[in-house]
Design a protein around this ligand. Structure first.
Ligand code: FES
Length: 194
């Protein structure tokens, strides 16, 4: 399956944005995972073509990072940070609460297919909001049982990020090229304030 043209446009935009195409690999992988829910061997080859880089470089980058999935999992990806700063603020209790609430262990997917739960000993870069979790690449910080319950309730009914309808192309202003509403968007974690 080929990538959507909006995703290809984003990958090409990343290649233009950075001095080295190599710097665009991770944003490109996120763009693909946001579109498909995971990263296939075919899509890795497509990224290599669009970035004009060796396929082995894309593959090795993708396999190095655990956040890039190689098979379909739950509609939503929930990752609890259990690194030291989050641990000092109760991350182990947060993880235990999530496991009890969802009825699964870290690494498993709920029976309804809504949520895959993970934990990571790698800092996710939001220590100031510890304890925190990353939900579909967005940060949920200063977690309490009430906040976690609210997030899980929302996720049980929300479609997967890659199933959300993309904004239509923005009509070009005279003298400018047409641009998509998603083109050039940075697929990086966004913080949700308390
Ligand atoms: S230690 Fe958890 S975000 Fe940094």
């Amino acid at each position: 399956m080929s990538l959507r043209k909006e995703t290809v446009a984003m990958i090409r935009e990343y290649a233009r944005r950075y001095p080295s195409a190599q710097s665009a690999i991770i944003p490109a992988l996120w763009a693909v995972q946001h579109e498909q829910g995971y990263v296939t061997a075919e899509s890795l080859a497509e990224i290599a073509t669009h970035l004009e880089l060796p396929p082995s470089l894309i593959e090795s980058t993708s396999s190095f990072y655990s956040m890039f999935l190689t098979r379909p999992e739950g509609r939503h990806d929930v990752v609890i940070c259990v690194n030291a700063p989050c641990g000092l603020r109760g991350a182990d209790e947060v993880l235990a609460y999530c496991e009890r609430t969802l009825g699964i262990r870290a690494g498993q997917t709920t029976q309804d297919g809504a949520i895959t739960l993970r934990s990571t000993p790698e800092c996710l870069g939001a220590c100031g909001g510890a304890p925190m979790m990353q939900v579909d690449h967005r940060f949920e910080e200063n977690l309490t049982s009430e906040r976690i319950d609210a997030v899980f309730e929302r996720l049980r009914t929300e479609p997967a990020p890659h199933e959300v309808v993309k904004p239509k192309a923005v009509a070009p202003v005279k003298g400018e090229k047409a641009r998509s509403g998603v083109e050039g968007a940075r697929p990086r974690a966004r913080r949700t304030q308390k």
